[in-house]
Design a protein around this ligand. Sequence first.
Ligand code: G2I
Length: 512
Amino acid sequence: MSLVKRCRHSRAGVVPALLVGALALATTLVGGPATAAQQGTLHELAAAQGRYFGSATDNPELPDAAYAAILGSEFGQITPGNSMKWDTTEPAQGRFDFAKGDVVADFAQQHGQTVRGHTLVWHSQLPGWVGALPSAQVEAAMTNHITEEVTHYRGAVAAWDVVNEPFNEDGTFRTSPFHTAMGSDYIATALRTAHAADPDARLYLNDYNIEGLGAKSDAMYALASELIAEGVPLDGIGMQAHLAVQYGFPYQMRENMRRFADLGLDVAVTELDVRMRLPADAAKVTTQSSYYQQVVEACLAVERCVGITVWDYTDKYSWVPGTFPGEGAANLYDENLAPKPAHDAVRTALGGGDDGGGEDGDPGALKVRYRNSDGSGTDNQIKPGLQLVNTGGTAVSLSSVTVRYWFTGDNGASAYNSWCDWSPIDCSTVTHRVVAVATPVAGADHYLEVGFTTGTLAPGASTGEIQLRLNKADWSNFDESDDYSHDSGTSYADAAKITAYVGGELAWGIEP
Ligand code: G2I
């Protein structure tokens, strides 16, 4: 084994100044891709914000000198795409082979990079012998595998994806030899075993489609809460973030990251890419850039988000076309290793954009415009017309935005119905619900919350009119005159008493 042991880091996300320095040195030596106009590599920009910026890589790619030069200079962390998986490291029971993983670990060591180990327990790329074991032998095989691999990489791997992809889309546990043999307890057992083998490694659960709020991330949240309550050594949640321009940006990614952080966990974006149906066009490329940018912004907004790893940095070595025929162009660099617009978007976002980023940075520049479309302020409906305008210089993903129209329910039923009657952005993309205020204040015991399932608001763009309407379930009348957000103006004007949020943070207006 040629692996050189490296100094330990208590926290995968913190890049010691020494390493940043080493990285800068590597840039000078290998003559990386950064032009004179671009100050700092992606990782240096991230490190200045207390994050790492990394890439997946794979053994067949490393002999590509041009590829390796960028990998070694631009990124501060690497993840082996395949070579630390079970089928490679223990192809036959008890026969361990770390040669390929060592090549990646050595590359990292030579370039002052940290390594995320991927992955110890996964239903896929699992050698046939594991599935063929009698159930009673699976736990011992699993704990032995973890112990051997984690022990081998002690000091070289800063963080492990201990369990990968434990959930189905609906939030139920995925069937695997491990789940079949041990039920969901296999997860706690795996974490405890990994911790015993390397108490300094940061231990993660990793999955896809858990980037936004939803059934699958709720399941991960419930599992993480339970593991923490039981004292199981869990340090972080890995959000893979294999995004696609045609499916929209994950719903409330920041909020979702924050709830895991609030459990005391680190969060890492572990496999970011943004694919599209080919051929690429200007609109898809713009959306892609905005998704990359929003992921970076979400990570910078949540202190416990320790870093971002792209699932390889170039289209030349992407897994996407092999898995989704007709799709691709998912990465930051093209097939000739030239940086794409998404690369600039990431750089800009890491540079802090308009406010320097950082913890709870500028959530985005938006304003709400309003007109009263209601002929009567004392009938049984409230009819606000709203427009949302991007007043900033960067695109805003509508799925991260919510708007609140504050009002009082007066007397009558406590249940409400709400409606989107018309909008040029299509009411099917607009969500709306009435929420009771926990601690009512004058003018507001409820608000109409408006959200979006998809769409991007370019700099300067407006959603156009969104015609909204709400009523009480018993159709009793309102007195709108004292409602906080109500105004009698019937043409559109800026409305400071209607609030807008990006990723749950107030971006416009004054709350009652
Ligand atoms: O599928 C994308 C990623 C989703 N999350 C977990 C990751 O571990 C996964 O990575 C990918 C690798 O990037 C691919 O390179 O995992 C795939 C397998 O699930 C990897 O693809 C496989 C090919 O399907 C095999 O034909 C090939 O032998 O890579 C193998 C090794 O090159």
